[in-house]
Design a protein around this ligand. Structure first.
Ligand code: FBP
Length: 748
């Protein structure tokens, strides 16, 4: 007979000490196992037990690997991947025609920047071009359209779902026009152009990635072609490959780069076409009269849907488990488009939108200053403190109706819209750029640790003060900066990207805000203002069960007794001691009595614990396989690119107009890039860039969000108003066919 104690000790040696109940549980399991084995041995007349053992040994991994079921189950290509590869995106009617041509459309006009005119003379007068059918092309047109071309493609910046379909569209259209056309992919982003690191893209490669996410095929990178030397090397590469055209798939900065490359290679007749990519959704093009030409960059829909699915699931979990606040930081380096779309998709409880915060004014402060005949400049623009208070207000109000849980969505770039932080970012950008310009060594290598950097800033403040003049970093800046937590200081001092952008994804924005929220909630708790409301029926039932008079105790315990469904403990009762005092003062108990257990339990229930879980949604959604909207959008962008190339355009951005409408109304076109440029401060100096589109707080989408947010906060006894967007569905009919933001903004 096996001794169960010895067996447990032998098998689980090393796991001691373990809790008693674990040990008990293990022993029971072992006993069952032994009894079952003995039973099998006893009744195993036909050797079944041995057979099971035998089979287990016989199935070698080699044999398993040959099994077709095994192969299908764990093979590299999931059913979804296979289905996606075989899917043919919808194609705009014009691309069904043998030839397309470009029709200039002067209904769209732009106010051009003087500096852009000076720097980009070859492309500044480009016009909007609509892709139309070339119904009766003459031979010269056909010959030009079909002539053999080499086209180079590069991905630039962060991945965005749909990039592979841009390549597929270019490839299919180019091969249709002339099977001898060749498509080259530059590897690892613009660095591949500079270094002439390139591969030819063939049909097998394209087919492998159709309708799949990522930029895996040729990878991407953030190098900027921003010096005369890099420009010359890029030009050499394009000439060496005998390129007719270079296609830059990228965001605002990369399309800016595309315009400069178009100018540079104009003399070589190498065309450069941009494609608007970024999950951030901040490339939206309108003309000077506000007519929309490009409503959204590709990748936005997929990333927003992926984030919304995860956030929606958290809403479900949170309202089931009712104990956590989920804090979800959602990508979007500057603009809050993704957070707004996630809010519209999920109805999460609290979603501060950066662009609205920048416009914030504090009426109380303004009035108080006006009464003194003064102006309070601090009353304009949101501070981090205001923001944390706004969030706390929502948390406290939900707790009051028994909902001490919920979901907060924080846009990644929110800090850019907070005055005090923006000032730090601008000042530090200037200091770092200045240092890099005047020294031989880069700021971050010269001052590698946080302490080194802080030391440098301290010395700078002192020196600038002694020098007189207007210091960019004064002692007050230094003091304020030293007041913020280390990790946030480190974030603000981090290296800028190659375009001089502040890298918000590296800053723990959520942690900064959460820290302030936590501090303020503790103050509210001490002031007795943050309490969990107790449902009056729950209260009455437990008191009656304990033989206590709910009415007599209710008057003492609650500040809203008899008025609401949810009862709130009085502000003055903030501890067991203050509870006891209140009961004694009301003669409900004597000083020698204990607090009745039922009453103490009610009190404990009313004490909120602010338990949080933090999440970052960014890279995951960026790597998602594209929605059907993005598949169709990007494939047609690729077809548009070829049409622009075959018709001799350069310095144009491929776009699809009417994305907010049904597919039949989509209109492929070319948008001139140069007129979209304006001067902006980058790396401490003014540079021509395409202006980022941030959330327009007058837009329909924002206005809908604004009037709905009270309902979505659901600080009332009714059920939460969460919406379940569900996962991205590639097949079937239930997937929405465009972002909600677009649908709303198109409503008249
Ligand atoms: P792009 O503008 O290049 O498309 O990238 C957008 C983005 O995904 C932002 O949302 C995010 O802040 C940033 O890239 C992250 O950058 P990195 O990939 O370098 O960490």
């Amino acid at each position: 007979m096996i001794d169960i104690n010895t067996l447990t000790a032998t098998l689980f040696n090393g796991y001691y000490p373990m809790p008693d109940y674990h040990e008990r549980h293990l022993k029971i399991m072992l006993r069952i196992h032994i009894q079952y084995s003995e039973h099998i041995n006893r009744s195993d007349k036909r050797g079944l037990g041995r057979l099971i053992m035998q089979d287990a040994q016989d199935i070698s991994i080699e044999k398993l690997e040959k099994n077709p079921v095994f192969k299908q189950a764990i093979g590299r290509d999931s059913r979804e991947t296979i289905e996606r590869r075989n899917h043919t995106p919808l194609v705009c009617a014009v691309f069904g025609r043998p030839f397309t041509q470009l029709a200039p459309d002067d209904a769209y006009t732009f106010i051009t920047d003087r500096e852009a005119r000076k720097s980009l003379p070859a492309i500044i007068d480009n016009r909007v071009q609509r892709v139309v059918d070339a119904a009766s092309p003459d031979d010269a047109f056909k010959e030009n359209y079909q002539k053999q071309r080499n086209i180079g493609v590069v991905f630039s910046g962060g991945p965005a779902p749909g990039g592979h379909n841009v390549i597929a569209g270019i490839f299919d259209a180019a091969k249709k026009a002339n099977p001898e056309n060749r498509i080259y992919g530059f590897l690892m982003g613009p660095e591949g152009i500079i270094e002439n690191d390139v591969m030819e893209i063939d049909a097998d490669l394209v087919n492998q990635y159709r309708n799949l996410g990522g930029f895996t095929m040729i990878k991407t990178g953030r190098t900027k072609v921003d010096t005369a030397e890099k420009m010359a090397l890029s030009r050499e590469t394009c000439q060496a490959l005998n390129l007719s055209a270079l296609v830059v798939v990228g965001g605002d900065d990369s399309n800016t780069n595309a315009a400069f490359l178009a100018q540079e290679m104009f003399a070589d007749s190498i065309q450069v076409i941009g494609v608007p990519k970024t999950i951030d959704g901040d490339i939206q093009v309108k003309d000077d009269r506000g007519q929309v030409l490009c409503a959204m960059s590709f990748g936005f829909h997929t990333a927003a849907r992926a984030f919304a699915n995860s956030v929606g699931n958290l809403c479900t979990d949170s309202s089931s488990d009712v104990k956590y606040w989920h804090i979800c930081k959602v990508m979007g380096r500057v603009a809050s488009h993704l957070a707004l779309e996630v809010a519209l998709q999920t109805h999460a409880n609290i979603v501060p939108i950066g662009e609205e915060l920048a416009d914030y004014t504090d009426p109380q402060r303004i009035q108080a200053a006006e009464a003194l005949g003064e102006t309070d400049y601090h009353a304009y623009g949101m501070t981090l403190r205001n923001l944390s208070r706004m969030i706390c207000d929502g948390i406290v109000r939900r707790a009051a109706v028994g909902k001490n849980y919920g979901v907060i969505v924080i846009p990644e770039g929110i800090l850019e819209f907070i005055n005090e932080i923006q000032v730090f970012i601008i000042k530090l950008n200037t200091i770092i750029a200045d240092y890099n310009k005047t020294h031989d060594k880069d700021f971050h290598s010269a001052y590698p640790t946080l302490d080194d950097k802080l030391d440098f800033l301290r010395r700078l403040a002192r020196r600038l003060e002694e020098d007189g003049g207007i210091p960019v970093w004064n002692r007050r800046d230094d003091d304020l900066f030293n007041d913020i937590p280390d990790f946030f200081q480190e974030g603000l001092l981090m290296e800028r990207d190659s375009h001089g952008n502040f890298q918000f994804s590296q800053v723990e924005t959520d942690k900064v805000i959460l820290g302030l929220v936590n501090d303020y909630l503790n103050i509210l708790k001490e002031e007795g203002l943050y309490k969990v409301g107790i449902h009056k029926e729950v209260y009455r039932k437990s008191m009656t069960k304990a033989g206590l008079d709910p009415d007599a105790f209710g008057k003492v315990l609650f500040r809203n007794d008899g008025k609401n469904d949810f009862l709130l403990i009085r502000k003055s009762i903030i501890s067991v001691k203050t509870l006891k005092n209140a009961l004694e003062d009301a003669d409900l108990i004597q000083p020698t009595d204990e607090i009745p257990a039922a009453v103490e339990k009610i009190y404990q229930k009313s004490v909120p614990k602010f338990k949080t879980q933090t999440h970052f949604y960014g890279y995951d959604g960026r790597g998602n396989d594209p929605t059907r909207f993005d598949c169709n959008y990007t494939y047609n962008l690729g077809l548009t690119v070829f049409s622009l190339v075959a018709n001799g355009s350069t310095g144009q951005m491929a776009a699809i107009k009417n994305l907010e409408k049904d597919f039949e109304e989509w209109e492929p076109m070319g948008i001139p890039i140069a007129p979209l440029m304006h001067l902006e401060e980058r790396k401490g100096k003014l540079a021509l860039v395409i202006e980022k589109s941030v959330v327009d707080i007058q837009s329909n989408a924002f206005q809908v969000f604004k009037v709905s947010r009270e309902k979505w906060l659901a600080a009332n006894p009714a059920d939460d108003d969460y919406r379940r967007p569900g996962p991205i569905r590639f097949t079937g009919k239930s997937e929405e066919n465009r972002p909600i933001t677009l649908v709303l903004n198109a409503l008249k």
